[in-house]
Ligand binder design. Structure first.
Ligand SMILES: Cc1cc2nc3c(=O)[nH]c(=O)nc-3n(C[C@H](O)[C@H](O)[C@H](O)COP(=O)(O)O)c2cc1C
Length: 264
C-alpha cells in the first residue's frame, strides 16, 4: 500500500479516486480504500484532497515540501511569460565569474518539479567544471568519427592540440562550465533541462545548448559513460548546456521564421 489515508479527515467525496489513473482508490461506503492498483506515487490524489487526508508513504519525511496554494492564482501572466521568452537568447560570451553552488542549487530546484514518464523521476545533473578539459578530450575521441561531415568537429580537434591558435574554444566559446543532464528516458531529461535553462535566466545567468558535445551520446553511448562511473550507464546524456554569467546583453528581439501549426 502506498498511501496514508486519514479516515477522520476524509469526507468520502471520491475526488481522489476520480483523478487516480491507476485505479488504486475506490469509495467503499463512507470511506476511501486502496485497491492495490499499481500506484506510482504521482500524488494527484493527495493534491486534490480538500480535507488534506492523504499522504504518500514514500515521502513521509518530506512534510516541508507540502505547500498549499490557491489554484485560482496563477503566479504570472501570459504576457509576462511571453515577454520572458522573447528576451531569452543563447549566450556564448561570459564574464570570469563562476556560477556559485547556491546558484546551481536553485537551478536544480527548478527541475525538482518536472513531470517524468511514469513518474520515474530519473533525471540527474552533473556540473562539469574541474574535469572540463578531460571531458572535452573524451568527447572528441568519440565524435571525431564525424569530422568529415562536420568541419566544426575537425576544428575542435585542432583546437585541443593548438589552443593558442584560437581566440575561443570552437565548442564552448567563452564557456567554462557545463550542465549535463542524464536520464533513462531522453525526453524526461530534455524537459528537465529546459526548466533549468529558463531558471538560469531568472537568476541573470545565461548559456546555450551544445549540439556537438551532445553527439557523443548518440555516437557511442557506452564509451561516453566510461567517463562517468558514478552514473548508471543505462542513462543517456540527454542534454549539454554551457552556462555562465553573461558578458553580452541583448537589447531587442529579432524576427523569426513564421511558426507553423495546423489543426488536424
Ligand atoms: C539543441 C540545440 C543545440 C545547439 N547547439 C549549439 C552549439 O553546438 N553551439 C552553439 O554555439 N549554439 C548552439 N545552439 C544554440 C543555437 O545556435 C541558437 O539557439 C540559435 O542560433 C537561435 O539563437 P537564440 O537561441 O539566441 O534564439 C544550440 C541550440 C539548441 C536548441
Amino acid at each position: 500500500m502506498h498511501l496514508l489515508l486519514n479516515s477522520i479527515k476524509c469526507s468520502a467525496c471520491g475526488k481522489c479516486a476520480s483523478v487516480c489513473i491507476r485505479d488504486n482508490l475506490k469509495l467503499v461506503g463512507d470511506h476511501i480504500e486502496e485497491t492495490g492498483g499499481n500506484c506510482f506515487d504521482c500524488g494527484q490524489c493527495m493534491a486534490v484532497c480538500k480535507e488534506d487526508a492523504i499522504r504518500l508513504k514514500v515521502y513521509e519525511n518530506q512534510e516541508d515540501r507540502i505547500e498549499d496554494y490557491n489554484p485560482k492564482e496563477i503566479p504570472f501572466s501570459y504576457d509576462e511569460y511571453i515577454q520572458f521568452l522573447k528576451q531569452r537568447r543563447s549566450c556564448r560570451w561570459f564574464t570570469r565569474k563562476e556560477v556559485s553552488k547556491e546558484e546551481y542549487k536553485k537551478l536544480f530546484e527548478a527541475a525538482y518539479y518536472s513531470p517524468s514518464a511514469q513518474n520515474m523521476q530519473d533525471v540527474e545533473f552533473l556540473v562539469v567544471k574541474d574535469n572540463l578539459q578531460e571531458f572535452l578530450e573524451h568527447v572528441y575521441s568519440i565524435i571525431k568519427v564525424e569530422e568529415d561531415e562536420f568541419p566544426r568537429i575537425a576544428q575542435f580537434g585542432d583546437y585541443l592540440k593548438h589552443p593558442d591558435n584560437y581566440k575561443n574554444n570552437p565548442f564552448l566559446w567563452e564557456g567554462k562550465e557545463l550542465i549535463l543532464t542524464f536520464s533513462n528516458n531522453i525526453m524526461d531529461g530534455i524537459i528537465a533541462s529546459t526548466r533549468v535553462e529558463l531558471a538560469a535566466y531568472t537568476l541573470g545567468l545565461g548559456g546555450f545548448y551544445s549540439l556537438f558535445l551532445s553527439k557523443a551520446d548518440s555516437i557511442d553511448h557506452d564509451k561516453l559513460m566510461e567517463f562517468f562511473p558514478q552514473i548508471d550507464s543505462g542513462k543517456h546524456m540527454s542534454s549539454v548546456f554551457v552556462i555562465g554569467h553573461p558578458r553580452t546583453r541583448f537589447l531587442r528581439t529579432i524576427p523569426h521564421k513564421k511558426i507553423r501549426f495546423d489543426y488536424y
